[in-house]
Design a protein around this ligand. Structure first.
Ligand code: BEZ
Length: 309
């Protein structure tokens, strides 16, 4: 006797018919009848009254039915509780670059938490290259970054390209009346770039964006983070190139202009340890896709991830 026998017997009793029970169980009627017969043979007594329509249990059958229901109920409970226990102390550590917190990251994480109420999700701010080491050492499990890097141990998925915009002081006469700017318009300006430490940084990425258009910005100044860069601009000193989501930061005298050159974008990547693309990553990608769809970002996220672009 095994669990299958209990399930079959319970279905026959509850449906009061072999035909309906076989439909509910998605099996043919002859094997169902055979299994019930085997059960009765093993117990050495009838569980169903022969010839009754609708089917009725014998006294022993009613007793067996009640017991079988309890065992099946306990099994279901065992499965769900084991899942919960297994998840209870799970922690998913998510590394992210600071500017993503100004855009969709909070919404994505908020929705993701709802899907995994028993998982402890920890957010850790760090640069994209720090994420590489943190992924390898297990300090984080997932990283959201803005720069490309190559490492055979790490998989990377491009989520989307976010537009770059120019932050200017709205009273700066050179930009009054502008609806947008080209990089060539601003190559000689004081340009605040962040961060001010490290080699593989967003600051270097911005320099490369200029280089791709054959330009070399003349007035680069380095500062530790985006808020400080925007504060400098708002106070009347220089300009800064920032991802579009940074428009969430509003300060007196600060305005944002579109950058009109093709390719003036900042990619957003999701990274994780190669081979680690299990339930969490799939769920995270689904959450991102759903939010993109809700807010009209038409972006196909492909699981064909790259580790060495
Ligand atoms: C986004 O803006 O597309 C984004 C931000 C953070 C995480 C994932 C996606």
């Amino acid at each position: 006797m095994d669990i299958r026998h209990l399930k079959y017997f319970v279905a026959v009793v509850e449906e009061q018919s072999f035909t309906k029970a076989s439909e509910r169980l998605f099996i043919a009627q002859p094997p169902l009848s055979r299994q019930i017969q085997n059960l009765e043979d093993e117990l050495g007594l009838p569980l169903l009254e022969r010839g009754s329509r609708p089917i009725k249990t014998t006294e022993a059958g009613q007793f067996f039915y009640q017991y079988a229901k309890r065992i099946l109920g306990n099994m279901e409970q065992m499965v769900s509780m084991t899942r919960r226990v297994g998840q209870a102390d799970k922690t998913l550590k998510v590394g992210f670059v600071g500017s993503l917190l100004l855009g969709l990251l909070p919404q994505i994480i908020f929705e993701f938490r709802k899907l995994l109420p028993n998982v402890n999700i920890e957010l850790v701010e760090m640069g994209t290259f720090e994420q590489l080491e943190a992924l390898k050492s297990g300090k984080i499990d997932v990283g959201f970054g803005r720069l490309k890097f190559s490492d055979p141990a790490i998989a990377r998925i491009l989520l989307r390209d976010e537009s770059l915009v120019l932050a200017v002081n709205e009273h700066e006469p050179r930009f009054i009346g502008f609806d947008g700017v080209y990089l060539s318009d601003i190559a000689d300006e004081v340009l605040w770039c962040y961060p001010n430490v490290g080699d593989h940084t967003f600051a270097n990425y911005i320099k490369n964006v200029f280089a791709e258009h054959g330009l070399s910005p003349k007035g680069i100044r380095y500062i530790s983070n985006i808020q400080l860069a925007l504060g400098m601009v708002a106070s009347g000193e220089g300009i800064s190139i920032v991802p579009q989501n940074s428009k969430a930061i509003s300060m007196a005298n600060l305005k944002y202009l579109p950058i009109l050159d093709a390719g003036a974008v900042s990619p957003i990547f999701l990274s994780f340890r190669n081979g680690d693309d299990g339930e969490f990553i799939q769920l995270l990608l689904k959450t991102i896709e759903t939010i993109y769809r809700q807010i009209g970002i038409n972006q196909q996220i492909t699981l064909n991830h790259q580790s060495d672009l």
